[in-house]
Design a binder for this molecule. Sequence first.
Ligand code: PLP
Length: 368
Amino acid sequence: MEPFGSLRYGNPSGSHSLARDAVRAVDEAREQIAEIVGCRPSEVIFTSGGTEADNHAVTGGLPARSAQPVCSAVEHHAVLDVVHALGGHTVGVNSDGQIDHADLAALLNRLTESGAAVGVVSVMLANNEVGSINNLAEVAACIAEASHSRVAGESHIPLHTDAVQAAAWLDLRTAAMAADMISISAHKLGGPKGIGALVVRESTPIRPMILGGGQERDRRSGSANVPGIVGFAAALRVVDAERAETNQRVSQLREQLIIGLLESVTGLSETVDRSAQIPGSCHVCIEGVDSESLLLLLEAEGVLASAGSSCASGAQEASHVLTAIGMPDASARGALRLWLGWDSTQSDVDRALQAVPAAVQRVREFGI
Ligand code: PLP
């Protein structure tokens, strides 16, 4: 990235040699990203990150589509809030956080019968809170079946997937193959913040959401973030090359962490089935403990975790994800997220296995 922020500072929208140098760097990055995502280079639209990619996919660009969007109830707010703002609909999930196919089919049929058009169905590939993976081929089949039963003349409903959390762990060439649009963000791959992409298959119509200079083949205006794009491609290349080894190593560490916690902390349970999760995800619930109190004690021991609820107007509220999987508010108060990353080590796990039981004991003893 470094040369493109200093000596090779050209703007790819220009026409002189510095600009051409930047164009080459962006084109090369686009080709590498496309190869790893499993799409054509022309299908990659660079964005400012996952939030913009999700907004663009769900709105279909401005002016807003009249058709209603549909998404799962556990989507990131970058999808969920847009769907709500456009008067769309959410679909329930099972206790592992995966979209309920019967619920999706029933909603699509209901909308069809009422004469409403569906603009897009958005289903995340892996959830950012509990790590559950969706089978997009099955989701696409469910949408196709619902589309077939529609009145003649109705067109294909595009499937968008937010793969922001999944891209580090899953091979998008296969896992996201069934999606018509895919959101990715570099900072979830060890790349820079403020750069991402929306992949839009050539057969899927999309209007621009940001208008101006007509960059990205008129689909997203604004001067390209050249260092960001170069860093994004570099991070994705490394992740892709090392994914199999990383997944195996991190899965083993996660196994040790969860089994160790289950053995050493009474009242602790796994939130969703491990087989349904991406390897880095470790989400547990601890009975009778307010996990917000645990976080400070854990941080003092060098363990950075997050809770499953947030404080809204003085009252602890369960996250929308935990509510959607059917967890009662009282249990969500004890939710603890201990994600592992590609750089997590045995000593990190050992430290967490010492720190968590000790912190839980202190919270229980002192009633904090
Ligand atoms: N979608 C998911 C699943 C995420 O986890 C995040 C970020 O945490 C986003 C979207 C937003 O991405 P960005 O931070 O690049 O805007």
